[in-house]
Design a protein around this ligand. Structure first.
Ligand code: ZN
Length: 479
């Protein structure tokens, strides 16, 4: 019996888009049916790794929506107006400035002049103000009292605003929590309102994470409990040695010790990766974060050699190589044999393109068949070119300096191009070379004078990863 395949569409150039669509659907399936993960992942291996950055972002959006409170229009949100509000507004006799005590006192017990309003969908600051009996004038006065006060105008559904009114029903104090780490407040004073911001310093703890890749770094990292940001950082740290578009294999392994920010026992975010290890196709790379005595921070391998190179390997994260460097190939549009003097990276439209190294932009504009193009000169010897961009990043124009990794534009298909991709060229002394075969020059290692200090940091971190991994593997064996 033969396996019946669905009709194969005759796609010459739209296959990239088709694949990304399938991947997107799969990712949705993963969200909804976590138990199908294993099954779905098999399909992922056949697809490229290119679309997951986008997918993870989608998931984050999804989570954000799920976290929003559902019952915002509950009657509790409605607060009765104080009976003696505007009607008998007696001339204010006591204009005492708010005392510090009232500012700092948490107000869990309901007070007659305290109103807690939870922002519902469709609310504006104006509708919220009217719920506590304040008018457009009050709103204007509060919102325009300072530049920072404008933050009160950016409301999120579910956000809570705490109003403190005086006996006449006038606004005395307004407070809201922007995040687990920041509360802002307006307190009436002689002149108008005083803006205050209370920052909570989280406790920083270190965590260990370990994962084995069986389809993509993103899925495995997620399973290992790493946030999207940490996964991106991990990819950046090893990005000089490992090409995440080409080199990742099933069975590759990663470990990281990273910072986690905690407030009242609750995680409120992650900080830096302090050390990491990545085993790619049997070869293990190490990374240690180190801040020099002069205050510059960089990642070095466990022996203190820089991980940074003068150029990054791939100017687009998680893209797929769709065409390699060659001295002769058939051009897809011109249909003639032509040298391909660069590497093509296929990725969804709008994917950011990064400067491969520090340098100066010598061209940012239309360039014939290359479409929207950026050329960067790196010192005397090197030049890189990025073509077919959808558009340029903000501030990218002729003559500006760019930093390595800085976003210079976005994937598009301008000029002579059959689909969204980056055409990337690398020149050494004016000669085109294959960027994939180039041995890239290294940045400087740890200064000799700081080697001892570095090793004092590096050794315990490596030892801790050894130990944590051994413990984890032993625990897994017992299950
Ligand atoms: Zn090309």
């Amino acid at each position: 019996m033969t396996h019946k395949t669905p009709e194969a569409p005759p796609y010459p150039k739209s296959h990239i888009l088709a694949a990304s669509g399938v991947a997107a659907l799969l990712s949705l399936a993963l969200l909804v049916f976590p138990s199908r993960e294993v099954e779905a992942q098999k399909t992922f291996i056949e697809l490229d790794l290119g679309n997951e950055a986008e997918l993870v972002l989608q998931e984050k959006d999804d989570l954000r929506q799920k976290q929003l409170p559902q019952e915002l229009s509950s009657p509790f949100a409605r607060i009765e107006q104080p009976s003696d509000s505007v009607a008998n507004a007696a001339p204010a006799q006591s204009t005492e400035p708010a005392s510090l005590d009232t500012i700092e006192a948490p107000t869990p017990t309901p007070q007659p002049n305290h109103h807690s309003i939870t922002v519902s969908s469709g609310d504006t600051l104006s509708t919220v103000f009217s719920k506590v009996g304040l008018n457009a004038n009050d709103l204007h006065q509060a919102l325009n009292s300072s530049k920072q006060a404008k933050q009160f105008g950016r409301l999120q559904v579910g956000q809570v605003l705490d109003f403190e009114l005086d006996k006449e029903g006038k606004l005395k104090q307004l407070q809201t929590r922007l995040s687990d780490l920041e509360t802002i407040r307006l307190v009436r004073d002689d002149k108008g309102f005083d803006f205050q911001s209370e920052q909570i310093k989280p406790e920083v703890v270190t965590r260990y994470s370990h994962g084995v890749i069986n389809s993509s770094l993103f899925l495995s990292a997620k399973r290992a409990g790493l946030s999207h940001n940490l996964t991106m950082e991990l990819a950046n740290i090893f990005g000089y040695d490992i090409d995440f578009a080409m080199d990742i294999r099933e069975g590759d392994e990663f470990e990281a010790i990273y910072e986690e920010k905690v407030v009242n026992g609750k995680s409120v975010g992650t900080g830096n990766i302090l050390s990491a290890r990545f085993t790619n196709r049997g070869k293990t790379y190490t990374a240690v974060r180190y801040t020099s005595k002069q205050g510059t921070t960089s990642y070095y391998n466990a022996n203190g050699e820089s991980m940074r190179k003068a150029f990054i390997r791939t100017p687009v994260d998680f893209a797929r190589i769709s065409s390699r460097f060659s001295t002769g190939r058939k051009h897809p549009i011109l249909n003639k044999i032509r040298a391909h003097k660069g590497v093509d990276y296929a990725a969804p439209r709008g994917t950011p393109i990064k400067a491969a190294g520090d340098g100066r932009v010598t061209l940012a504009g239309r360039n014939g068949g290359y479409g929207n193009t950026v050329i960067i000169q790196h010192g005397q010897r090197y030049r890189t070119l990025y073509a077919h961009m959808q558009g340029f990043a903000k501030g990218i124009r002729n003559g500006v300096n760019v930093k390595q990794g800085q976003i210079i534009g976005y994937i598009g298909t301008t000029g002579l191009s059959t689909g969204p991709h980056l055409h990337y060229e690398f020149q050494v002394n004016g000669v085109h070379v294959d960027p994939l075969s180039q041995k890239l020059p290294m940045a400087d290692p740890i200064a000799a004078s700081e080697k001892k200090r570095f090793m004092q940091l590096s050794k315990p971190l490596m030892a801790r990863m050894d130990q944590e991994k051994a413990t984890l593997l032993a625990a897994n064996r017992q299950q």
